[in-house]
Design a protein around this ligand. Structure first.
Ligand SMILES: [Zn+2]
Length: 329
């Protein structure tokens, strides 16, 4: 599968600007040769690799959707004091102040607009927030927003205090309404559209390192450089419209003169929909797998979205993949 780079170059807006991002704490060991052990906080009994993004937990079967950044500073009582700062200019859009309402613990999201791309940075397990911090507040890169901590519904020992950090997309802008009837009796969605189920992350460390290596890089170019793991066909009436509205950049080939009969969506292995191509020559009754780049899919075993069908002739969505297709609205 190709990246179809030429098509994108035609569509790049004149205003595309270099991605200006910085790390969320003073721990910058990611940029040092062999600094990973100082940068990542591993899980109990495991080394720094388990703090990376990806299929890094439970022998590769469990997916970690962000990176865990080690604490550098503590007060006399051993409480973490590292300041957490915004990684890029944006707007604070959500502040979850109650530690016990999510396995993120206390967390917050900043929304960024990178060349028209709506992207969120997520900071979690926080110890507290910068004074006066509230949703709706504009922030600049490097602004103090929170304090690193160890809050969460699953107990994190103080010694393993860390910042769980994500760069993510919101999958469905009407998530809260979609999710409400699916909640088990007695369960609640305390976080509306900013529930973690509705946020799907890319590897923040890879983004930070690439942006440092290529200072002129813009975000769309970065997304174009990511391998497409599989493509799926959506009926025109079931287009992932809220995603497309948030990401107008993702539509390739532009509006067609003929009526659109289906949408071809290109996915990264973890399920992030990266680009959408309107089709006028094909129809489908329900979302279905169109093509698979097997090595790219196999590179992410803990979040498999597609699998061989029973006769091993074609491909189908896994249960997780089918749920994702349903959620993308
Ligand atoms: Zn984590």
């Amino acid at each position: 599968m190709t990246m179809m780079r030429n098509i994108f170059l035609l569509l790049l807006p004149m205003c595309a600007s270099a991605l200006e991002v910085g790390l969320p704490t003073a721990n910058h060991a990611l940029y040092s040769p062999s600094g990973e052990g100082q940068f990542y906080q591993g899980t109990a009994g495991h080394d720094w690799r388990s703090g990376q993004y990806g299929s890094v937990r439970s022998g590769g079967r469990q997916f970690h959707e962000g990176i865990d950044i080690r604490c550098l500073e503590r007060d006399r009582r051993g409480e973490p004091t590292d300041r957490v700062v915004a990684v890029a200019d944006g707007e604070v859009v959500y502040v979850a102040r109650v530690a016990g309402q999510s396995n993120y613990g206390r967390y917050l999201l900043v929304r960024h607009n990178w060349d028209g791309v709506e992207v969120f940075s997520l900071y979690s397990h926080l110890g507290g927030f910068a004074p006066g911090l509230r949703a709706g507040q504009p922030v600049k890169r490097g602004d103090w927003i929170a304090v690193l901590g160890y809050s969460g519904t699953q107990k994190i020992p103080k010694e393993r205090a860390h910042l769980h950090f994500e760069i993510c997309f919101q999958l469905n802008r009407n998530f809260a309404a979609w999710f409400a009837p699916k909640l088990a009796k007695g369960d609640r969605n305390d976080h509306g559209n900013f529930n973690g189920i509705n946020l799907l992350g890319i590897d923040p460390a890879a983004l930070f390192l690439t942006a440092r290596e290529k200072p002129a890089l813009n975000f769309r170019e970065y997304m174009e450089s990511q391998p497409v793991a599989f493509t799926a066909l959506f009926p025109a009436r079931r287009a992932p419209l809220s995603f497309m509205r948030a990401q107008p950049w993702c539509i390739v080939n532009g509006p067609e003169p003929a009526p659109v009969t289906a949408y071809e969506v290109w996915f990264m292995a973890v399920g992030v929909p990266a680009f959408v191509r309107p089709r006028t020559d094909v129809t489908t009754a329900a979302p279905r797998v169109l093509s698979v780049n097997e090595p790219a899919v196999n590179a992410c075993p803990a979040r498999r979205m597609v699998e061989r069908d029973a006769k091993r002739r074609g491909w189908q969505f896994t249960k997780r993949g089918a749920e994702l297709m349903e959620m993308l609205d």
